[in-house]
Write a protein that binds this ligand. Structure first.
Ligand code: AMP
Length: 214
């Protein structure tokens, strides 16, 4: 079923919202990443809509993310036959990790590495040490498989919305300040944005693996 052959597929950016792929799609190579999923509540989505409509007044048209998470790895490329040992190693390295809370309430602008996409995210303001501990486990697995590790100085965040291109200049400064005011002034935002993390996931192609925290 999964032929181990390299075959480039022509990338059509109109099929994925105008996004430009960081990796060409090659059969047998599975884009893989490790993250903690966040199930958005109605209040969270309401806050997100407020932020998106404010960004519009600065001529930035953001699209809400389809799902929400905190990344614990970069996107890496795994060969199909590496998936099972990779997931097994992740399981071992994450076996002793406990559930924890962190607060995700600082609006920040990010771009991907080749600056083809801009993201507005909520950066963590507490819980950084626990996240670093998890990343150190994930990084050890990456090193074992000769894959790139995460940022040396990670800025842990939940991406909320994105747009094509590098729109950092338009979003930072006054716009960012106003977005932060919206977050700070949102009803019960302190409660809403203090999140308990209960599981880690690894997505590899269309396969999903879950690792519950203790
Ligand atoms: P994510 O929603 O986790 O995929 O993050 C959105 C983008 O933020 C990714 O393309 C990351 O490469 C980018 N990013 C830029 N700087 C950082 C950083 N210091 N820590 C984590 N992610 C970053």
């Amino acid at each position: 079923m999964f032929k181990d052959q390299e075959e480039e597929v022509v990338d059509d950016s109109t099929k994925h919202g105008g996004r430009v792929r960081n990796f060409p799609h090659v059969r047998g190579n599975w884009i893989t990443y490790v993250y903690m999923p966040y199930e958005a509540s109605e209040d969270f989505l309401e806050l997100l809509e407020l932020l998106i409509s404010h960004a519009r007044t600065y001529a930035v048209s953001l699209a809400a993310m389809e799902e929400f998470h905190i990344s614990l790895s970069q996107n890496v490329v795994l060969r199909y036959h590496w998936i099972t040992p990779f997931v097994q190693s992740l399981k071992e390295h994450l076996a002793t990790a406990y559930r924890f809370f962190c607060t995700v309430d600082q609006v920040k602008v990010y771009t991907n590495q080749n600056k083809t996409r801009t993201f507005v995210g909520l950066e963590v303001s507490s819980g950084h040490p626990q996240l670093l501990e998890l990343v150190s486990g994930v990084d050890r697995v990456m090193e074992e498989f000769d894959l790139p590790t995460f940022y040396k100085n990670p800025s842990f965040h939940i991406s909320l919305a994105w747009c094509v291109g590098d729109l950092t200049d338009r979003l930072e400064g006054q716009c960012l300040q106003k977005l932060q005011e919206i977050v700070d002034g949102f009803e019960d935002s302190a409660f809403l944005l203090r999140i308990q993390w209960e599981q880690i996931r690894c997505k590899s192609g269309n396969k999903l693996f879950s690792f519950p925290l203790r």
